[in-house]
Design a protein around this ligand. Structure first.
Ligand code: 5AD
Ligand code: SF4
Length: 468
């Protein structure tokens, strides 16, 4: 994979230093507000934006109307996320009128769509910077132009390059997100990701291992390896043929890293090698997110998912055979255009058959330019909402029953910090990724403790620490 050259990154470095000097002579440190929509990959991109902002001498605040610079890092996967961004941009219009010095930027997946770019250009004239996912590394240059009063539109398509070595500001200690690949080649018929994120590009194993080693030295205990489809990690590399399973094993060799999770796996190409790595490598968490999307063969075909219901069930069986205590989660789309009530019942029966621990469910949202957006709808909105509610109630009961198996057991929990709702409690996760709330103080953050589980809810467990 081609990386962005050192010379091009050096230009950005120089601009960062220039802005840092400018910011150091103003009386008050300028404040940035960065809001992220969408998935963990987007969150990781925002951590890079914040890393660059910190290098340029910006501080941070948590309200758009108190900031000198506002950035929305957007998501295009569903319409409701887009509407939220457009609404929030609209709200900034009077703020910009009152404070013309306020700089406003929008970036991320939404900005890689031609119709959105056009809409922003025509109707949101108070925006100073528009840049897409491929221009992230050029943020210092974009910001510099905006600070000099120029409007910037940088939404070109990718040349398939990867920017290494960007600063990353992580607020998630002791957990760290590490993107291992970008883009997707699958073209599921409903999904915008391949259009806005481009083709699959894997980072080299050396760069990933160097990043994780540095995180371990900083004291991070858990890494989440991210990609739209981690099973095809490395397929585009002309390197030594490192597979994702091999990458997991190599990351596991890094001292100090205690837990490794990853997302997302595509059921069609989850390999025996990967299942074996989960089974045999103690640091790889016994947790798997395996999006099924639908339980109907007809719908799976129309979605271009490239597996059948029975092939999916065989994969789950293979995983459970080797890793009996695996915690399984999935994604479901309700109301895909060709989904009838009968197809929907196939999804319900699949949920009952597999008994996932957690299901992330979405109502289908047509995306401009995807094949599914041109398909006629089998069900009306009311029926789709009824089905969605039914799915939630079926799954909530299963999730609750799954959690009921935990009280009485002893679990190793990595403490992530104080509970947001009760300052006498800390919160953390089991190896399988279940949230556990326990009495304790902030000093436990980053420690793996042994907890006896005393109670459970649909979404979390309660426990008491028995050993640090
Ligand atoms: N509408 C609804 N849900 C979608 N997803 C992706 N595209 C759409 C869409 N157009 C869901 C899928 C995917 C998850 C990240 O988002 O379930 O796995
Ligand atoms: Fe979208 Fe399918 Fe790629 Fe996932 S695998 S990002 S759903 S196209």
């Amino acid at each position: 994979m081609k990386e962005i050259s050192a010379e091009r990154l050096e230009i950005q470095q120089k601009i960062k230093e220039k802005i840092r000097t400018e910011n150091s002579i103003v009386k008050q440190k300028p404040l940035a507000f960065v809001e992220t929509y969408g998935c963990a990959l987007n969150e990781n991109d925002s951590e890079k934006l914040c890393g660059m902002l910190e290098d340029m001498g910006y501080g941070f605040c948590d309200r758009a109307d108190a900031a000198d610079l506002v950035i929305f890092n957007t998501c295009a996967v569903r319409e409701n996320a887009e509407l939220k961004v457009l609404g929030n941009l609209g709200k900034l219009k009077p703020v910009k009128k009152e404070r013309p010095d306020l700089l406003i930027g929008v970036c991320g997946c939404m900005m890689q769509q031609a119709h959105i770019k056009e809409q922003i250009q025509k109707k949101y004239k108070h925006i100073d910077m528009v840049f897409g996912t491929h221009a992230l590394y050029k943020f210092p240059e974009i910001l510099d132009s905006a600070r000099m009063g120029q409007k910037v539109f940088s939404t070109e398509d990718s040349e398939g390059e990867i920017a290494e070595g960007l600063s990353v500001k992580r607020e998630s200690f002791p957990l760290a997100k590490v993107s291992v690949m970008f883009g997707c080649n699958n073209f599921c018929s409903y999904c915008i990701v391949p259009y806005v994120r481009g083709r699959e590009r894997s980072r080299s194993p050396e760069n990933i291992l160097a990043e994780v080693s540095a995180l371990a030295k900083e004291g991070f205990k858990e890494v989440m390896l991210l990609g739209q489809n981690v099973n095809s990690y490395g397929n585009d590399l002309a390197g030594d043929g490192t597979s994702f399973a091999q990458l997991l094993k190599d990351v596991a060799k890094i001292d100090g890293i205690e837990r490794i999770r990853f997302m997302t796996s595509h059921p069609k190409d989850i390999s025996d090698e990967l299942i074996d790595a989960i089974a045999s490598e103690p640091k790889v968490c016994k947790q798997l997110h395996l999006p099924v999307q639908s339980g109907s063969d007809k719908v799976l075909h129309d979605m271009n998912r490239k597996y059948t219901r029975s092939e999916y069930l065989s994969k789950v069986e293979a995983v459970r055979k080797k890793v009996p205590d695996i915690v399984l989660s999935t994604d479901i789309i309700v109301g895909f255009p060709t989904e009838t009530n009968e197809d929907f019942e196939d999804t319900i029966s699949l949920l009952r058959e597999v008994r996932f621990d957690t299901v992330y469910s979405f109502i289908y949202s047509p995306r401009v330019g995807t094949p599914a957006a041109k398909m006629p709808m089998a069900l009306d909105e009311k029926e789709i909402h009824q089905n969605f509610e039914k799915m939630l109630s079926v799954q909530n009961e299963i999730s609750r029953e799954k959690n009921e198996a935990y009280p009485g057991s002893i679990q190793k929990v990595l403490v992530e910090g104080l509970s947001k709702t009760n300052p006498e409690f800390v919160t953390g996760r089991t190896d399988g990724g279940k949230i556990v709330n326990m009495k304790g103080n902030e000093e436990l953050t980053g420690e793996i403790v042994e907890a006896r589980i005393t109670d459970c809810k649909t979404w979390s467990l309660t426990g008491e620490i028995i050993q640090r």
